[in-house]
Design a protein around this ligand. Structure first.
Ligand SMILES: [Zn+2]
Length: 279
């Protein structure tokens, strides 16, 4: 026999306000993702969880276990309770549950998508030899294209690459890594002024920003500038004006260039302007 204030016959919906959604993975869920537990733990640490309430995923009103529910604050006691969606909806606890659930769902979908991608890449690694994985990093647009497809849609590659693709990337890797005739290099110009830089884009690639929580990155290029006495290289972001730039094209822009720390013939350009593709 219940005597608590939250029992179905006593509950007064006006005494409660919605705090957050709670979502627990069902038993068969591939990726156990929880929503709202941070909020629950915060109240638990503050000793503000109602004692009649058994567990975050048991409805305080009817006692049933649930996967989708919500946290409510009970104003008269300043403690929280949790309710399954059905009870919360039935009691009309003053919140648009459909909208809140949609929010919770999109969070869940985002997290699930990410988890699927990670497990897809793990699978790809397990079915693909180290040689082929290394070859995918070759500085060739075909390898880069396949690699970016594997990273963004690993589910297309559950059996790895086809034998034909593997042979191709291995061949391209070898070609890209065969030593070439030594080229004569000269130091990066030493000046504080902005200068005109014109040269071949020897590399154009998307560089992921690993420090950003939601991914993202920037298109980067390495430009080789030929002079009468030898060549120098510089690296930096591809200006928006030439964002269609492809490897092998000649690009011209104004920028400040700084010598790199390791090689005097390799530098970094900053804040490029007036960029154009010239050949
Ligand atoms: Zn209930």
């Amino acid at each position: 026999m219940r005597t608590d204030i939250h029992r179905p016959t006593e509950i007064n919906p006006e005494d409660y306000s919605f705090i957050d959604c709670l979502e627990f993975p069902s038993a068969g869920a591939l990726f156990p993702i929880r929503i709202g537990m941070d909020t629950y733990m915060k109240f638990l640490n503050e000793d503000r969880v109602d004692k009649t309430h058994r567990s975050p995923n048991a409805c305080t009103v009817c006692g049933a276990w649930y996967n989708s529910g919500a946290i409510f604050l009970h104003h008269p006691t300043n403690k929280i309770i949790t309710l399954g969606w059905q009870c919360a909806e039935k009691l009309a606890m003053g919140v648009d549950f459909a909208a809140e659930k949609r929010k919770g769902k999109s969070l869940l979908e985002r997290a699930t998508k990410k988890a699927k991608r990670v497990s897809g890449i793990r699978n790809f690694v397990s079915v693909t030899s180290k040689e082929v994985r290394t070859a995918l990093k070759a500085d060739h647009h075909i390898c880069q294209d396949i690699r970016s497809k594997v990273i963004s849609n690993p589910e297309w590659f559950t059996d790895g690459l086809s034998p034909k693709q593997e042979a191709l990337v291995l061949k391209l890797w070898e070609a890209a890594n065969t030593p070439k005739v030594e080229e004569k290099h000269v130091p990066v110009p030493s000046t504080d002024k902005r200068i005109q830089i014109e040269g071949e884009a020897v590399s154009v690639k998307w560089v992921e920003d690993h420090y950003s929580r939601y991914g993202g990155g920037q298109l980067k290029m390495t430009v080789k500038v030929n002079t009468d006495s030898g060549s120098w290289l510089c690296y930096g972001s591809v200006p928006t004006a030439v964002e269609d730039l492809e490897r092998g094209q000649t690009v011209r822009f104004m920028a400040k260039v700084e010598q790199g720390n390791k090689d005097e013939h390799f530098g970094f350009f900053k804040r490029p302007t007036k960029a154009e593709i010239v050949a």
